[in-house]
Design a protein around this ligand. Structure first.
Ligand code: AMP
Length: 481
């Protein structure tokens, strides 16, 4: 199918051709005509399927007759609102709107938390027809009356499953209360869980369901591999893997923000250029990290699930799961970073004994078994020895060692022996602050008491940093503001 058959306007077609797209992806082929026809749509599609263009192109087309070249803000009321869970995805969708709408006199803007509101207010005041927003920051603007939602005609909930996971439901409900009741609604979600179906029932009117297999179905283009490694040996295993295969541009997923920063520092100590991206980094820091990674200035980007959402890194060849995610759906999200646009990719998971149940759940979702292969350059240890390693961990002195260093109590490898011993609190390298946009991730077992917890809260638009404390803080879910 060619793009011309979708009846897009010449201005949009030209922009699509500029991007080098020759034909629509399945979600685009199905959703674009429905959105153009004014239907509500519930689409199951994840990052990597071309979903952003699937809603952005027809929305821009629907707004095109209303476009005005007048400089007056009154001639540019907000007509299309796209809600997204993270600032990275917000920027990505906004960039797409700019790209696809470059031949149209429509204005678009993006608002997300963690940055000053003034520049956003200025843009909103000037008038925008297409706004991409994270829910918390949009509500801040609504409260300050710096955005007017009363003329919104089209609402998009992008990555709706992730928004629910991140606890945005109350914010979404408040936003819905500020929108005109008569409007077109589009919901995009990687999964159709019961919660998503309930949300769809509340919001969508006689929606048409669009379900597409990934353009690059995991089984076809992505080479999934598991290496069985004890938790204690994962860092050494990762280093060995990176060196043995001489991997470049590797996105490594970890479970916690603290773990992300620590692993990146440890890799740097091993002589491997690495940087971390997580919600405790300021927006400029995250962008810098991402750009360095994209430009191949760093080999490894260590990321948490939430921070990595919406990252659009083309042709990313390698994704490594340093820890398996909590839900099988997150595995699919993670590997959505590789094997894009028909390119092949590697998804390698370092799996310890305690993660085998998670692995089985992932395989159930994928509907195939992932092959277990020896670590390149030879296994660090046989899986059977992990029990022994775990028993060794029980020794109090060694347990303390693990808490402090986050590495094996077993005899140190040549690499780890190089690392100086560090005090668990006072030698912790300073991590720059910024507004968090992600759930407070659960630290690994044994890390809670030893890790200073510096959290930022968005209270009435002002951010506060708590004094690092030694108290054990239970993981809580927080959302972006
Ligand atoms: P998305 O799923 O919206 O995050 O898009 C993933 C990637 O696919 C982005 O880099 C898009 O630029 C690209 N893309 C979107 N539509 C097409 C298409 N029809 N042909 C080729 N690439 C596309």
């Amino acid at each position: 199918m060619a793009f011309d058959s979708l009846e897009l306007t010449p201005e949009l077609l030209r922009a699509v051709v500029d991007e080098g797209y020759t034909e629509p992806t399945p979600v685009q082929a199905q959703a674009i005509p429905l959105v153009l026809a004014g239907r509500d749509v519930m689409a199951q599609a994840q990052t990597g399927t071309g979903k952003t263009a699937a809603f952005t192109l027809p929305i821009l087309q629907r707004l095109q007759p209303l476009a005005s070249s007048s400089p007056s803000p009154a001639r540019h009321p907000l007509r299309a609102l796209v809600l997204v869970p993270t600032r990275e995805l917000a920027v990505q969708v906004y960039d797409s709107a700019k790209t696809y709408g470059k031949y149209l006199p429509l204005r678009s803007a993006v608002v997300y938390g963690g940055v000053d509101m003034d520049a956003q207010i200025k843009e909103l005041h000037a008038g925008v027809e297409f706004l991409v927003a994270t829910p918390g920051r949009l509500l801040d603007h609504a409260q300050n009356k710096t955005v007017n939602l009363s003329r919104v005609e089209i609402l998009v909930l992008d990555e709706a499953d992730r928004m629910l996971d991140m606890g945005f439901m109350p914010d979404i409900k408040r936003i819905l209360g500020l929108l005109p009741p008569l409007r077109q609604n589009l919901l995009f979600s990687a999964t159709f869980s019961d919660d998503i179906k309930r949300l769809a029932d509340q919001i969508l009117r006689q929606p048409v369901k669009v379900e597409v297999a990934r353009k690059n179905a995991p089984a076809e283009l992505i080479n999934h591999v598991v290496h069985r490694v004890s938790r204690d040996r994962k860092r050494s295993a990762l280093v060995r893997m990176l060196r043995a295969k001489d991997l470049k541009q590797v996105l490594v997923f970890v479970a916690t923000k603290q773990g992300a920063g620590r692993l990146a520092r440890e890799l740097v100590r091993e002589g491997i250029e690495a940087t971390a991206i997580h919600g405790d980094k300021t927006q400029p820091e995250r962008e810098k990290a991402l750009n360095e990674f994209k430009e191949n200035k760093v080999r490894v980007l260590v990321a948490t699930d939430v921070a990595a959402r919406g990252l659009d890194i083309e042709d990313l060849p390698h994704v490594v799961n340093f820890e398996l995610p909590n839900t099988p759906e997150d595995y699919v999200h993670r590997i959505g970073r590789t094997g894009r646009a028909g390119k092949s990719g590697d998804a390698t998971s370092l799996v310890s004994d305690d993660e085998m149940d998670r692995l089985r759940d992932i395989e159930k979702l994928l509907k195939f078994r992932i092959s277990v292969e020896p670590l390149p350059g030879g296994d660090l240890e046989a899986p059977a020895r992990e029990t022994e390693a775990r028993e060794r961990r029980q020794a109090p002195r060694e347990r303390r060692g693990r808490r402090e260093e986050g590495r094996s109590p077993a005899p140190p490898s040549a690499a780890s022996a190089k690392a100086p011993r560090r005090d668990p609190i006072f030698d912790q390298p300073y991590e720059p602050t910024g507004a968090a946009d992600e759930v407070e991730e659960a630290p690994l077992p044994g890390e809670q008491a030893a890790t200073p917890v510096a959290r930022r809260h968005s209270l009435g638009g002002r951010r506060h940093r708590e004094v690092p404390a030694l108290f054990l803080v239970p993981p809580t879910r927080r959302k972006q503001g």
